[in-house]
Design a protein around this ligand. Structure first.
Ligand SMILES: Nc1ncnc2c1ncn2[C@@H]1O[C@H](COP(=O)(O)OP(=O)(O)OP(=O)(O)O)[C@@H](O)[C@H]1O
Ligand SMILES: [Mg+2]
Length: 176
């Protein structure tokens, strides 16, 4: 069963939807992920990335955090669709930040670009590090892997850190 988000339903093309309905039954395709994470295989289909969990895991938090962040900042990727164990988003052609050996000044700049979005969305980044940032060929940064992010809600909201603290937190995460 596939669920299409508002963005996906307005964005995905018919042949992409057809592909998403059936890719997991294609053994040959499933045996050829383009990337491996600790718990997920990542597949590519034309302009789409499909993050597929190898183990059963509740994806609700990851989907919610990613949609929230994408709604306030274009440094995050919209979720187009999801199934029980996968999430579909745009594929970013680029390089993992870690491989680029960024300077501290560059990281500071990125932290100041990202921090306001976390404050605005009321989301605390967890597991944010250089391995979870992709830089595309125009130099734009995309943050991936939001499964462990903490979403402030209700009475929690008063604990959302102020911008300068968030900026420091983001910088420390990226620099570590
Ligand atoms: N949208 C994307 N575009 C391009 N490459 C991606 C995309 N999403 C993931 N990747 C590639 O797949 C790898 C693993 O993805 P990700 O970091 O989301 O999984 P993970 O570390 O296994 O996640 P988790 O920590 O939630 O188990 C990334 O390092 C990256 O190389
Ligand atoms: Mg990762």
């Amino acid at each position: 069963m596939i669920n299409y988000t508002d963005i996906g339903i307005n964005t995905l093309l018919p042949h992409e939807c057809t592909f998403l309905e059936s890719f997991m039954y294609d053994e040959d395709y499933m045996s050829r992920p383009v990337a491996f994470g600790d718990e997920a295989n990542v597949y590519i289909f034309e302009r789409l990335a499909i993050k597929y969990r190898r183990y059963a895991m509740n994806l609700t938090n990851e989907i919610k955090a990613q949609q929230l962040m994408a709604s306030v900042s274009d440094n995050f990727l919209p979720v187009y669709a999801y199934g029980e164990n996968f999430i579909v988003m745009p594929w970013v052609a680029g390089t993992i930040l870690e491989e680029l050996n960024p300077s501290s000044d560059w990281l500071k700049q990125l932290a100041s670009e990202l921090a306001p979005a976390f404050v605005q969305a009321g989301v605390e980044p967890k597991d944010l590090h250089q391995g979870n940032v992709i830089i595309d060929y125009s130099g734009k940064a995309y943050v991936i892997d939001l499964s462990r992010y903490f979403i402030y809600s209700g009475t929690d909201s008063k604990y959302i850190p102020p911008l300068h603290e968030m900026e420091e937190h983001v910088y420390n995460s990226l620099e570590a």
